[in-house]
Design a protein around this ligand. Sequence first.
Ligand SMILES: *[C@@H]1O[C@H](CO)[C@@H](O)[C@H](O)[C@H]1NC(C)=O
Ligand SMILES: *[C@@H]1O[C@H](CO)[C@@H](O)[C@H](O)[C@H]1NC(C)=O
Ligand SMILES: *[C@@H]1O[C@H](CO)[C@@H](O)[C@H](O)[C@H]1NC(C)=O
Length: 472
Amino acid sequence: MMKRPFPSVTMSKKRWPLMILALVSISTAMVFFMRTTFDSCTGNDNRRFVEEKGIGSKILSPQNERKAPNPLDFMKSKLVLLVSHELSLSGGPLLLMELAFLLRGVGTQVVWITNQKPPEPDEVVYSLERKMLDRGVQVLSAKEQEAVETALKAHLVVLNTAVAGKWLDAVLKENVPRVLPKVLWWIHEMRGNYFKVEYVKHLPFVAGAMIDSHTTAEYWKNRTWDRLGIQMPETYVVHLGNSKDLMEVAENNVAKRVLREHIRESLGVRNEDILFAIINSVSRGKGQDLFLRAFHQSLQMIQDKKLRVPRIHAVVVGSDMNAHTKFETELRNFVNENKIQDRVHFVNKTLSVAPYLASIDVLVQNSQGRGECFGRITIEAMAFQLPVLGTAAGGTMEIVVNGTTGLLHPAGKEGVTPLAHNIVKLATHVERRLTMGKKGYERVRQMFLEQHMMQRIAVVLKKVMEKAKSHS
Ligand SMILES: *[C@@H]1O[C@H](CO)[C@@H](O)[C@H](O)[C@H]1NC(C)=O
Ligand SMILES: *[C@@H]1O[C@H](CO)[C@@H](O)[C@H](O)[C@H]1NC(C)=O
Ligand SMILES: *[C@@H]1O[C@H](CO)[C@@H](O)[C@H](O)[C@H]1NC(C)=O
């Protein structure tokens, strides 16, 4: 039986609070926090969240209950080797696991290798491997001979993230040239430190690269050429999609209402108040500081112009006061100095994002620099019919339609005032805000669902495997 985040809507209302509590309570089984490289291109600490009820419970739920033809059907009984640079609850590995299960769903023989494992036994690694084994994924140690043999036999090898390139020489050694023509390299980052020859020198010789957004693909093309003098292989852009479980919560009005009430109560905000939330790990690259500045400005604008609007709040989800970083302190100081404590709410990073998406009115995506590579939280928010106020950078520009599903502002300090204006705009124009949210949801239904991602991936796999075959 598949465990679902929410039982059927007919469930007696009495039990809801209990369930919701279970959902939002912080327990060790609820790990939502993504530790590493994925989903950011800002060059900073770029952790984020994923809405998970248990380790991998979402990603690991059966995918193939439908009988409709599956675009990945042609992968049936093919042998695919997936090479992950690490195994943790971060975006990169989790996404590769999603692919593993999609492939398992059509009867692909899937073998998984984690290149870098912690020396000590690790609970997360153990539990993720357990999940994979349960779903019929074979897990091999990175260095054993069987790994080499599998790579030689496989129809397709997927390397996940640039860093996974280290595995090639270290393990395959003289066999590298035989394997490269069937390698698909999946890249999710555009930080400078990934442009290292030791990671990516084989890139020009693989069958293809798959990248999460056009901007990121463009950036890789430029940087590899400028910096390293190497040329990208055939490159495919594959936008990600929302999981079925997230969509299920997003489309369940009863669940959303209960979550909304619960979270708003816990934050001490009223039902009619308007919540602008930024949901990302707290770090300068994600722009929480500039968001708070903009928010403060918007409060002043509302006051100066004597606008009649509901009370607005800023919610910063992703705080980690335990880390005691300068940046966290800076944010708190800003709030205290400007006496906006009653309007700004910091939420620890360990919570699931779905309850917050259900409770807020607008998502702020304020990633700085080159922006997000893709920014999965953006499509997750749109699934909840939220308009997005985003920086005009990176993947955000490929997701948000400016003026239709949200409003874009420039990255950097020059974006603060435009963002403040946009906050005021959405606070004052209720109808516009709701319409934008609906349009965002429609856009998700049109192009950012799991099935869309699966179709896009299927096209790439087909091409890459044809190429590999013609080579062998
Ligand atoms: C890549 O280089 C082209 C040509 O120089 C430039 O127009 C484009 O903006 C660059 N793209 C990125 C993402 O750096
Ligand atoms: C958030 O984390 C801090 C530091 O670990 C802790 O003191 C605080 O109680 C947490 N807040 C909530 C609401 O869990
Ligand atoms: C977004 O739309 C606004 C209003 O139409 C416009 O002023 C702004 O320049 C646009 N930004 C981008 C990045 O297209």
